[in-house]
Ligand binder design. Structure first.
Ligand code: ADP
Length: 158
């Protein structure tokens, strides 16, 4: 049985992430979407807030769980018996970093492979960072994130 994890910051979750979640959930028996609890990045949303957002989004996807983790991804992967790490690729700019991470992780723990899903073209430009920038200046983010997430983002900047 394939048990996959999709790790990320998800600060906040966008339609690009949601697309990857749905596609990965249709490929693997079980999928855990896991929020990286990374204090050095000073996120807009706390880990608990990001977990809650993802749980709301993933309700109805029966084989998807939401979790969070700190520390090394490979330790989390090993301790939870995941055999696949899912990451999304948008553009060539993602590739270099993702390749390095995947290879490092495989050296550290060969028990799991990283699998890349390429972005759906309509989300290729989309990143959490740009969504926050647009929202900060009061722009319309309705094409980038679901309505309930957009409300939470605007509330942060109020
Ligand atoms: P990171 O985990 O690098 O801090 P994110 O939380 O933004 O970044 O993204 C988690 C994963 O989702 C990464 O693999 C990233 O490349 C992917 N991703 C982000 N936005 C998109 C998108 N629009 N389309 C496809 N994949 C995406």
């Amino acid at each position: 049985m394939n048990s996959a994890v999709y790790p990320g910051s998800f600060d906040p979750v966008t339609y690009g992430h949601i697309d990857i979640i749905k596609r990965a959930a249709s490929i693997y028996d079980r999928l855990t979407v896991s929020v990286l609890n990374n204090n050095t990045k000073s996120p807009l949303f706390s880990t608990d807030e990001r977990v809650k957002m993802l749980k709301d989004i993933c309700r109805g996807l029966d084989n998807v769980k939401v979790d969070s983790f700190s520390g090394l991804l490979v330790d989390y992967v090993k301790n939870n018996d995941f055999n696949v790490v899912v990451r999304g690729l948008r553009a060539i700019t993602d590739f270099e970093y993702e390749l390095q991470m995947a290879q490092t992780n495989r050296k550290l723990y060969p028990g799991a492979d990283t699998v890349f899903l390429t972005t759906s073209l309509e989300y290729a430009y989309l990143s959490s960072t740009t969504v926050k920038e647009v929202a900060y200046f009061g722009g319309d983010i309705s094409q980038f994130v679901p309505e309930e997430i957009a409300k939470l983002i605007y509330d942060k900047f109020r």
